[in-house]
Design a protein around this ligand. Sequence first.
Ligand code: TYD
Length: 135
Amino acid sequence: MLKDCYLFSLPQITDTRGSVTFMEGQRHIPFDIKRVYYLYGMQENTQRGAHAHKKLKQVLIALSGRFTVKLDDGKEIKEYTLSHPSEGLYVAPGVWRELQDFSSHAICLALTSELYDEEDYFRDYAAYRASLEKR
Ligand code: TYD
């Protein structure tokens, strides 16, 4: 559900050498981190994501640059802009997400609660909406 998704701040320690941000599963991230991936090399006008997960929980972070995450749970749509490496967006299971409006050199880090499993995906929006009706 969209109401379960939220933006949050990660620790950021800054001194004259620059900054460090860190995150630990179950402490800063609300699950055990099983998989990490990152999206990069996106051209302008690219859209990524465009799927929902049945079970998987996820945190998205803009390690570099900026992009928009559109979240949709079939009832409500909300857009978040991620633009700072110490800011995380928690995306709950069952929420359709589209990543778009990538700035140049944008890198999206994703931390997930599950290993990769194509069976956990809805990649078709109509099928996703139909699944919500059945709940
Ligand atoms: P895809 O799910 O389309 O990326 P996104 O929806 O985040 O924009 O992933 C592209 C391809 O990479 C697809 O064939 C599945 C594969 N893939 C893996 O094998 N393992 C992974 O952890 C991820 C994220 C993708």
